[in-house]
Design a binder for this molecule. Structure first.
Ligand code: PHE
Length: 341
């Protein structure tokens, strides 16, 4: 029996030293120490021994059991340490791996142009206003001296929401003149950028949705000279010193006198080329002295106050500023185009 116990001990220790997984370990534990295990089988035979040998043999069996138990504990520690080591290896962050590059977006070229325009006007003491794109026809037309029957109110020119033509997508930013006059204390100096809508076919210079920046000044003794001086200053800041402008007579219902302002073609310097359609000049904006009736309708006395207003096309400004040939590029949002600015 003594011999048998020594064999069990030796065999168990040897096998436990080679054990690799916790499953193997458990199998060995059951094999040697379990209820049907090798050691238990020996202990069961103790009853057959002469009484004086039993204590000695019992002591020996206990020694073998505790030797195996401590070997099991040791093996379990090793297996756990190994598993932990492998897990740490797997989960470790490699801080030397190069990071993923994130592309930073940037402003759309038209908004770059808008920011420049805003900067220039803010520098001259103007306030920037925001207004509704869904507008009342009374603001878009009536209060701007374009009453019933005015051609610009035609259904083929304008997007209406209702059959009695009261609510519409604004066709110009000029209703912001009225909104400013009705709500702001005098004197007034504002610009109001935003989207406008007209039933235009899409081509290289037209879109049914485009952007304008409205500008307006109302004060005592404001004249056409102030309008020209201001716009010339803006154009020089936007397009560079010495950029030439010209003012042509025009008609708008809400300004009198009215004009359009052209800038000399940046491509040909005024000689005439495809960009300016041979004209040498490119139309940039409409402007004029605010019609006395318009002032009056918004409760401002035209005998005391006068003012001017202009409306500039933002896409055209950006196209000239960045030498973009086709308006459609501005709205297509092709990153290959946008990345160039
Ligand atoms: N609203 C006019 C247009 O869309 C432009 C304009 C604005 C003209 C202000 C005069 C004064 O064509």
């Amino acid at each position: 029996m003594k011999e048998k116990l020594r064999e069990i001990r030796e065999e168990a220790v040897k096998r436990l030293e080679q054990v690799k997984t916790s499953q193997e370990l458990e199998e060995l534990r059951v094999k040697y120490l379990g209820k049907k295990g090798a050691l238990t089988a020996i202990l069961k035979q103790m009853g057959a021994l002469p009484a004086d040998e039993r204590p000695k043999m019992g002591q020996l069996a206990n020694e073998v059991r505790s030797a195996i138990e401590s070997k099991i504990a040791e093996a379990r520690g090793e297996i756990e340490a190994l598993a932990m080591e492998q897990r740490l290896k797997k989960e470790a962050l490699d801080i030397t791996v190069p990071g993923k590059e994130h592309d930073m977006g940037h402003q759309h070229p038209m908004y770059i142009a808008l920011e420049e325009i805003k900067e220039i006007f803010i520098g001259m003491g103007f306030t920037v206003l925001d207004g509704p794109e869904i507008e009342l026809a009374s603001y878009n037309f009536d209060k701007l001296n374009a009453g019933e029957g005015h051609p610009s109110r035609d259904w083929s020119d304008t997007f209406y929401f209702d059959s009695d033509s009261r609510v519409m997508l604004r066709s110009q930013t000029s209703p912001m003149q009225v909104r400013a006059m009705e709500t702001m204390p005098l004197p007034i100096r504002i610009i109001a950028p935003g989207r406008v809508y007209r039933k235009d076919e899409v081509d290289a210079t037209h879109s049914p949705m485009f952007h304008q920046v409205e500008g307006m000044v109302i004060d005592k003794n404001v004249t056409m000279a102030d309008l020209k001086g201001t716009l010339n200053t803006v154009v020089e800041q936007l397009y560079g010193k010495g950029t030439k402008t010209r003012f042509r007579p025009h008609h708008f219902p809400f300004t009198e006198p009215s004009c359009e302002m052209d800038v000399q073609c940046h491509k040909c310097g005024g000689v005439g080329c495809p960009t300016c359609k041979g004209e040498g000049w490119i139309e940039l904006l409409g402007a004029g002295m605010i019609h006395p009736k318009v002032l009056e309708m918004s409760g401002i006395d035209p005998n005391v106050y006068s003012g001017w207003a202009f409306g500039i096309g933002l896409e055209r400004t950006a196209m000239r500023r960045f030498k973009i040939a086709d308006l459609r590029l501005i709205f297509e949002n092709d990153v290959r185009f946008l990345e160039q600015f």
